[in-house]
Design a protein around this ligand. Structure first.
Ligand SMILES: Nc1ncnc2c1ncn2[C@@H]1O[C@H](COP(=O)(O)OP(=O)(O)O)[C@@H](O)[C@H]1O
Ligand SMILES: [Mg+2]
Length: 304
């Protein structure tokens, strides 16, 4: 994408993740959504740069799917604006839909149609020509192309869902918990597809409640809790800024092992370490990296 469009130039910022200027592909400004009186998404703002994967990480009910639906024009925000590829999603949903791909949380393949038919049916909704077989290769389902969707495993069905989101070769991909409920091998296959799209320069908005996944895939991670973004930064910065560095000391007395975890930055730790050293019997000492999960708990007081 070039920056000759004045709108895009205006929306060029310096982001935290690589320190250089980026064109913004997604911008949310004050997005708010209510189901009746209940505020599900409460005044959230963020932007996602071209080629970036933003992980949207939070527990069930945090407001992730509601946010995806506002960003993709399925729900109209009560307040705020969602802009995708420089276009206001609520005002011009069709223009946005031409250039984005969406994989919703709900499983919604046509069970009686084959894999190829499911993709062809969707491809026919777009003006551009689509090589469905190429798409099937991309998600490694050549052997299953003529099978009904209902005959496939959960992981394979999810790959069809992701392939369907790629049918129009979208610039921006929205994936709502694409690996939720999958076995580790299937989840990794989905992550490989996401990485391949990033390598092709695509932008990805990925929701997940899996902190390891957010850590492994995302350039930046937004923590979302009770409809609000409580932190947004690179996984490394989140862990460095907010995580506590810990020392794990294992001691041995005869056949018995004991373990103590000491905060590295605590005033009492040097004395305690000294006492353990003097007592003898230290078996191993390791520093523990903070995990995103610990940082999340520290910020919100709740688990993912
Ligand atoms: N159709 C609905 N009607 C009423 N409340 C809803 C509806 N959909 C979601 N909610 C509520 O809004 C909050 C956010 O939901 P959701 O965006 O689906 O969260 P997440 O995707 O993070 O699990 C939850 O408390 C959920 O119960
Ligand atoms: Mg959800």
């Amino acid at each position: 994408m070039t920056v000759d469009n004045p709108y895009k130039v205006r929306n060029t910022y310096v982001t935290g993740y690589s320190g250089s200027a980026h064109v913004m592909m997604i911008e949310a400004t004050g997005l708010t959504y209510r189901y009746g009186d209940f505020v599900a998404v409460d005044d959230i703002s963020f932007s996602v740069a071209e080629g970036e994967i933003l992980g949207f990480l939070g527990p069930n009910g945090a407001g992730k799917s509601t946010t995806v639906k506002m960003l993709t024009g399925q729900l109209v925000p009560a307040r705020g604006v969602a802009t995708v590829l420089g276009t206001d999603v609520s005002r011009h949903p069709k223009a946005v839909h031409e250039r984005i791909g969406v994989c919703f949380e709900e499983k919604n393949l046509y069970p009686r149609m084959t894999v190829r038919e499911n993709l062809q049916f969707f491809a026919d909704l777009f003006d551009r020509s689509v090589d469905v077989d190429e798409l099937i290769r991309k998600v490694d389902l050549e052997k299953w192309a003529s099978e009904r969707a209902e005959a496939l495993s959960k992981g394979m069905q999810q790959r069809v869902m992701v392939a369907r989101a790629l049918v129009n070769d979208p610039d921006v991909l929205f994936l709502d918990e694409p690996t939720s409920g999958l076995d580790p091998v299937s989840a990794e296959q989905i992550r490989e597809i996401i990485r391949a799209e990033k390598t092709r320069g695509k932008t990805v908005f990925l929701t997940t409640h899996n902190m390891a996944e957010a850590d492994a895939l995302s350039d930046r991670v937004a923590f979302i809790n009770e409809g609000r973004i409580v932190a947004l930064d690179t996984p490394e910065n989140l862990k460095l800024r907010l995580g506590r560095r810990l020392l794990r000391v294992r001691t041995r007395a005869g056949d018995d092992f004991a373990e103590e975890v000491l905060p590295l930055d605590d005033d009492a730790t040097p004395d305690r370490m000294g006492a353990l050293l003097r007592a003898g019997g230290i078996a191993t000492v390791h520093t523990l990296e903070a995990t995103l999960e610990e940082v999340f708990i520290q910020l919100t007081g709740r688990k993912l």
